[in-house]
Design a protein around this ligand. Sequence first.
Ligand code: COA
Ligand code: AMP
Length: 628
Amino acid sequence: MTYQDEYGMSVNQPESFWQEKAAALPWFTQPKHILSKDENGMDRWFADGEMNTCYMAVDYHVEQGRGAQAALIYDSPVSDTKYTVSYAELQEKVAIFAGALQDKGVTKGDRVVIYMPMITEAVVAMLAVARLGAIHSVVFGGFAPNELAVRIDDAQPKVIVTASCGIEIQKIIPYKPLINEAIELAEHKPDSVIVLQRPQVVAELDRAHDADWTACVAAAKPVAPVPVKGTDPLYILYTSGTTGTPKGVVRDNGGHAVALHYSMKAIYDVDVGDVYWAASDVGWVVGHSYIVYGPLLKGCTTVVYEGKPVRTPDAGGFWRMCEEYKITTLFAAPTAFRAIKKEDPNGELIGQYDLSHLRNIFMAGERLDPPTYEWTVAKTGKPVIDHWWQTETGWAICGNLLGVETKAPKPGSATVPTPGFNVVILDDDGNALPANTQGSIAIKLPLPPSCLPSIWNNFPRFQESYLSEFPGYYCSGDGGYIDDDGYVFIMGRTDDVINIAGHRLSTGEMEEVVADHNAVAECTVIGVKDELKGQLPVGLVILKDGVEIDEATLFAELKAMMVKQIGPIACFKEALIVGRLPKTRSGKILRKILRQMADNQPYVVPSTIDDPASLDEIKDIMQSKGLI
Ligand code: COA
Ligand code: AMP
């Protein structure tokens, strides 16, 4: 089967293509309606299939005789702990914790927020929620209480599951005070908060709704997987949009399981028993798809790593892991490799480890810049595969399909569209653009399995954000082009989303934080290039008349506000006091031009600009500060 055959079938006969892929999974009732419409008129996959994702990912493997195989490898250089959990042990832990959640009143369709560091109990909690047919919403530990509160109010969880602390590089972060603050800020109050006590910090369980994980588990009885429909939601994952309110991306059980199971062989070329490591965090989509569900659905061994690519303890951490656990497939964000390259430019640490089991290195989450690509290939001697995807899709939209047909890589390109994704480049009026012409990257409907059918409780926002710009297409929010050979080049976002160290954040949300400062009359936040983290946010600020504050003080105060409102991962870089901002005559800030200027991209100054000199003024300031 060539890539062309596989891809052609997926877009020309999507129903028979995906029916065949679905048949590879153990459904309770195989789906007969492969593609149908829901009440919103959205395409839905496998509506009448009955299944349970936790059963498919755990119990099924035990039934197949893989009970003794390692399901999870836990390696935590920050707490000096290592162990493995077999599939049989995982089944037991998940069934009991599902019982504990059931004792707290969680049933099918209820939401459970999980705010945990990279420990195996986070995976157990996610699978236990799925086992009950309930819906998890994992929130990344680097988000501040305010962000957590916004998610609590939107998802309205019955239970929150957390741990007593997270551990960063030489820094222990107690989680319980953050949870308490978030619950205080939120209007919705959960019935229970289950806390896993870690040895580094003992959390005070001082509120009526607090419960101890170990005590809950000791009192619980194991429960069996609850059947759900293919279209029932498995999880909500919040991601940054262009406004301050994050979008709750909804993921189906059926389409998700089918797409991820298919991707394990087609994209990553892994088989049952391979050791697959996505060095991300369960708080991000990569963690959901490729630390938890993908590898377990396939029957691989997956890795839960509580550490960083560098400084835990050194830039050899990734390679030590690859040797120690005979990892076959490594997946991380380019920023991780830039961090390693910075500390070990000649790859001396790489040479100290046996990487003979490692077959491929995959990268995603942000643009893979050619120098990082070349360095990683040269120093590891391994194929490096760029692939492009989004929280909204849950798996790669473009990649090099190693399990179908390997294409020659082109640095700077995420290679070709994944089967199921009909990728096109459109101009502002929605017309298809010819090869090598840059435009908006869109996907012709129907979207393949696993892609979001809606935003949680907000279909109008889903339509407005993704479907209204180009009718009949999903608008990705990324710009780029397709070359003569059909290779797709992703050039960056066309909206107010930026990517900091592989973390997706909204400049719109940051703008709201800056605007809250009492010295600020007007502002905008743009992403500037950063050698290590890809992009960093810079604020352009007009002060209120009569206010006197120096730039350094303003910056320090704004940075503290960012940490408090969004979290430390916001990494606010600089605040620049400017006299004016480029605007249209109707008073709208020309963010697109500022973004293009910051990216060193060519831009056309629109005729509607009110004050063209304002743009040159900002350019001069940014150049003088070495920001562009
Ligand atoms: N909980 C609490 N705080 C967190 C956190 C978490 N889970 N994750 C990050 N932070 C904090 C960090 O401690 C740091 O705080 P500080 O500014 O007070 O020191 C801040 O957020 C910024 O963190 P980060 O951007 O991660 O910077 P870093 O210097 O600690 O590490 C890298 C830099 C490149 C090593 C790191 O960003 C990295 O590993 N990136 C890969 C990201 C990734 O895998 N993304 C997933 C997408 S596929
Ligand atoms: P997230 O939803 O957090 O996974 O972020 C998705 C965004 O990250 C995309 O819309 C892109 O802007 C960017 N991104 C992810 N993978 C790639 C890639 N391989 N190349 C370029 N950009 C990428």
